[in-house]
Design a protein around this ligand. Structure first.
Ligand code: IPD
Length: 269
């Protein structure tokens, strides 16, 4: 993969994701009053999700008409030719935070070639904070190269996680957490997987894990964490995916991994 191409893809991603973040923020400021008056909670979030996704897709395809896009709201735009770029987009990650005005919601945009994510950006739309990475080119925030946490023991680690929307899955996730919480410094549930991965990449969290993520939740943030030197994977050698994603520095990964296996964190519905 040429460095020039990945740099170009990242530049496009940053430009387009910034515009999406502005739209997300503006729509929240303008439309959230509707929740109390005419529309429902879900209408406000869905309208913003769709508007941001449409805007980002249009901007991407205007610059690179041959590319594919996988987005949370509109699905896969087309089958991608071998070697072509597929963009992976979460227009608003952290939709519950978005609804409540908690400043932890993000536009997440990644470029994938041949099944491998090669560039990614995550922008906290509430604060404007940005994290970027290209494969082989490191992970960055505001000109600072990210290297992750240096923590090596679980009992000293601040570990973030998240929960799915399905009640039966949550029951299992809650049971796992009840046993994990006694073995770590503390747990955080911040509500946006892409931001959890970026915070782990910069060492503001020691590690992060979650079962049930979709590709758009972790494509950009996963590359940022990897490029910061973290190990990002599933359990027992599986790649990170729906079953489980764990992101932790190399010394911590096996320790957290083994506890998650012991607690059957990838199990349940
Ligand atoms: C959700 C958030 C949340 C995670 C959920 C995701 P959404 O994405 O990333 O932190 O725990 O698993 O579905 O619905 O806000 O885009």
């Amino acid at each position: 993969m040429s460095e020039i191409l990945t740099d170009e893809l990242l530049a496009i991603a940053v430009r387009v994701a910034r515009q999406g973040a502005v739209t997300a923020r503006r729509m929240r400021d303008e439309a959230i009053g509707d929740v109390e008056t005419k529309s429902t909670d879900t209408d406000v979030v869905t309208a913003a999700d769709k508007a941001v996704e449409r805007q980002v897709i249009e901007a991407l395809l205007a610059e690179r008409p041959g590319d594919g896009v996988l987005g949370e709201e509109y699905g896969d735009s087309a089958t991608v030719a071998p070697g072509a770029v597929r963009w992976i987009l979460d227009p608003i990650d952290g939709t519950v935070n978005y609804l409540y005005g908690l400043p932890q919601y993000a536009v997440s945009l990644a470029a994938e070639i041949g099944g491998e994510v090669v560039a990614g950006v995550v922008i906290n739309a509430a604060t404007g904070d940005e994290w970027t990475a290209t494969r082989g080119g490191g992970a960055w925030r505001a000109g600072r190269r990210l290297t992750g946490s240096v923590r090596t023991t679980l009992d000293q680690s601040l570990v973030a996680t998240g929960f799915g929307y399905d009640a039966r899955r949550r029951e299992h996730q809650g049971a796992v957490l009840a046993r994990l919480i006694t073995r770590v410094r503390d747990i955080r549930r911040l509500g946006a997987a892409a931001l959890d991965l970026c915070l782990a990449a910069e060492g503001s969290l020691d590690a992060y894990f979650e079962k049930g993520l979709n590709l758009w939740d972790h494509a950009a943030g996963g590359l940022i964490a990897e490029e910061a030197g973290l190990v990002v994977g599933g359990l027992s050698g599986a790649p990170a995916g729906k079953q489980m994603l764990v992101a932790a520095p190399p010394a911590l990964f096996p320790v957290l991994h083994d506890v998650l296996v012991e607690l059957d964190a990838a199990g349940g519905p």
